[in-house]
Design a protein around this ligand. Structure first.
Ligand code: PGA
Length: 315
């Protein structure tokens, strides 16, 4: 009953247009950083205009009820030459445009060589473009690296940091990932911070601790729901065809959400993606799990029908 009166109160407040002094943010999220911020500001002012004068009002004790718009992100990894990459991105952007209003944001993260042409090809459409990594410095003598400012310059709104392939193959630790996320924020990018346990860690019963520790160590100061997305990707499920069960995913995502409290602005509004062998056949079940706010997709993001099929489960 108490919960119901809270909900009722909330809606009466909104409809009545009275005021509430709370400062809750509902970033939701659009494809591009500026759009997301604009939305956050609008919703801030909407919320500030709410009052609930009802004496039974328990609004102040309410949990925030964030609107977390799903994010379907494609990580192309080291795949795609010019013609095929452009064809894939253009195909997706046309499907998005034809679909009209949808319940998800869509992002592709091509290899560095394709970021600019892909961004140009999809400019003016809702399809967002991201990088797969960035350096902690804005410029300098770092052969082979790419800075967050360069990603912005090439047309990116997002960047993936701390992917397990970077952590494993390039020795990246939480502190470096946090520094990369901070560099991304400083450049105006939304950082998708990846975490996930190995098979050995899961089998040793350490999955929750490992993931919580990665989350805590990889989030920089000044992170909030508007500039940060978390992606839970169990290492053993990446590119293997093995997917975590819904129960496993639910457990880890709830734990990630709890870990975010006190470590990031608007923890309840932060989007937490699941990644690891997501495909059209398992997406609906995964996307329905509590605290799963989208997907980070590798292999299946290289095939327009498959990637679109995953996104359509969030339509
Ligand atoms: P996968 O990759 O979908 O091919 O398992 C996911 C990822 O590495 O982000």
């Amino acid at each position: 009953m108490a919960d119901r009166s809270r909900w009722a109160c909330r809606w009466r407040g909104i409809i009545g247009g009275a005021s509430h002094s709370g400062n809750r943010r509902f970033p939701g999220g659009l494809g591009r950083a500026s759009g997301g911020n604009r939305r956050a500001r609008l919703l801030d002012s909407d919320i500030r205009n709410i009052v609930c004068s009802d004496p039974i009002n328990t609004w102040n004790e309410m949990e925030p009820m964030p609107e977390r718009r799903k994010l379907i992100a494609g990580n192309w990894k080291m795949n795609g030459l010019h013609a095929a990459g452009l064809e894939l991105a253009t195909d997706l952007s046309k499907r998005l445009a034809a679909a009209g209003t949808v319940g998800f944001d869509m992002l592709v993260c091509p290899p560095a060589t394709l970021i600019h042409p892909v961004a140009q090809a999809v400019a003016g459409t809702p399809l967002a473009v991201g990088g797969q990594d960035c350096h902690v410095k804005p410029s300098g003598a770092h052969t082979g690296d790419i800075s967050a400012a360069m990603l912005v310059d090439a047309g990116c709104a997002f960047v993936i940091v701390g992917h397990s392939e970077r952590r494993q193959n390039h020795g990246e630790d939480d502190a470096l990932v946090a520094a990369k996320a901070a560099a991304a924020h400083a450049a105006g990018l939304i950082a998708i911070i990846c975490v996930g346990e190995t098979l050995e860690q899961r089998e040793a019963g350490q999955a929750l601790d490992v993931v919580a520790s990665q989350v805590a160590g990889s989030i920089p100061s000044r992170a909030d729901a508007a500039n940060t997305v978390i992606a839970y990707e169990p290492v053993w499920a990446i590119g293997t065809g093995k997917t975590a069960t819904s129960a496993d995913v639910a457990e880890v995502h709830a734990h990630v959400r709890a870990t975010l409290a006190g470590r990031i602005g608007d923890p309840d509004a932060v989007r937490i993606l699941y990644g690891g062998s997501v495909k059209p056949s398992n997406a609906a079940e995964l996307m329905a799990v509590d605290h799963v706010d989208g997907a980070l997709v590798g292999g299946a993001s290289l095939i327009a029908d498959d990637f679109w099929g995953i996104a359509e489960t969030c339509r």
